[in-house]
Ligand binder design. Structure first.
Ligand code: CP3
Length: 339
């Protein structure tokens, strides 16, 4: 069905002739073509809500960088917004919510989002599928419930997310109610993404690393697990929990196909903890792409040797940084493809 289905085969554990590669945050940031498309929208949110523009930047990295999958251009924060918590994306700073979740009333006021609330993403997926024309698969995504809750309670980014964590200690019942509502919304949303054509789904738990092991199991993994149970029967699911190497043994029990790794864990250790039942994805430090080509090539080789060529999807350990050189990023991708 696809000219290139390497990533789907790798996710399912089928044999591949070479390692597939895509990069987190490949849609946007480093490409001048992205900046040109973005300039056609009033601001980030209008951009995300414009299916034609979103589909255009989804396809750019496939054309320009030669990655083995596209990821739909959107943001994890579309779910809080659809639930009734609007945000602004402040230039060079990040997201800001004018209202945050503090009480039972605030939680009661939240809606459980359904596909209709996020129709602009669904339309963007349909347009991206047409534009991709079966060249490579399309990845859909959502934030993990804990990571979304972190923004909804804190109101913005944070180094510690101490306000969001305070909620666990002071109002654990309410925290679970909130996580429950986010989880329901996310399942509705991801099912709609799959129905529109998303070929695989990645769950981003970007703030996993601020939780301790016990809290992680209770307030994050429990809900990720419900999402996996609902989505994995439909398409392959990847769970990327940044800085959560303490939970890899627990993640190995999820109903997911692939586990994404950040650069703080070495591939052999991850494989021993997780076992052979999952595909691994990752995990080069994006800062390595500031180095010269010789070092980039050596990193690519070392990484692929350490993971092995089967049951593996090459990627970075987190998203690309905006000031990385597009040519070096392309060089890294070509190195992996040449191995
Ligand atoms: O991966 C892709 O290329 C697809 C698009 C995508 C975006 N955000 C577009 C975006 C994806 C998968 C995301 C996920 C996302 N959004 C996460 C999880 C992944 C991660 O990096 O940990 C998180 C935590 C967010 C929330 C968010 N969105 C923040 C904190 C910010 C501001 C800071 C930043 O990272 O740039 C955004 C804005 C955002 N989302 C941009 C892009 C391309 C930059 C906006 C711009 O064009 O100026």
């Amino acid at each position: 069905m696809y000219q290139n289905d390497l990533i789907l085969r790798a996710a399912k554990g089928d044999n591949v002739e070479r390692v597939p590669i895509w990069l987190m945050r490949q849609a946007g940031r480093i490409l001048p073509e992205y900046k040109a498309t973005r300039a056609r929208a009033k601001n980030f949110i209008e951009f995300v809500k414009n299916p034609e523009l979103a589909a255009e930047v989804t396809i750019q990295p496939v054309d320009i960088l030669g990655v083995d999958a596209a990821i739909i251009f959107s943001d994890i924060l579309v779910i809080p917004e659809a639930m009734g918590l609007p945000y602004q994306m402040i230039e060079a700073k990040g997201p800001n919510f004018e209202k945050t979740i503090k009480s039972q009333n605030d939680i009661n006021d939240l809606r459980i989002a359904d596909a209709g609330d996020l129709d602009y993403v669904i339309q963007a997926i349909k347009l991206a599928k047409i534009g991709l024309n079966n060249r490579v698969p399309l990845i859909g995504f959502a934030g993990a419930p804990w990571t979304l809750m972190a923004y909804m309670v804190e109101g913005s980014g944070s180094k510690t997310f101490s306000q969001a964590k305070k909620f666990f200690y002071q109002e654990p019942e309410l925290a679970h109610q909130l996580l429950e509502k986010i989880t329901q919304s996310t399942i509705n949303y991801l099912k709609a993404q799959v129905a529109a054509g998303a070929d695989m789904i990645q769950i981003f738990d970007s703030w996993a690393g601020v939780l301790g092991h016990e809290q992680y199991l209770e307030f994050s993994l429990k809900y990720i697990s419900q999402i996996c149970d609902a989505i994995e029967p439909l398409v392959p699911v990847t769970v990327f929990a940044k800085d959560a190497h303490f939970a890899l043994a627990d993640m190995a029990k999820l109903n997911c196909n692939t586990i994404g790794l950040d650069w703080t864990i070495n591939p052999q250790d991850a494989r021993i903890i997780i076992g052979n039942g999952k595909t691994l994805q990752g995990n080069a430090d994006p800062c390595m792409l500031y180095a010269d080509e010789k070092s980039i090539e050596a990193t690519a080789r070392k990484m692929v040797n350490a993971f092995g060529k089967q049951r593996y999807i090459a990627n970075l350990g987190h998203g690309l940084y905006p000031d990385l050189d597009k040519n070096k990023v392309k060089f890294f991708i070509d190195c992996v493809k040449g191995l």
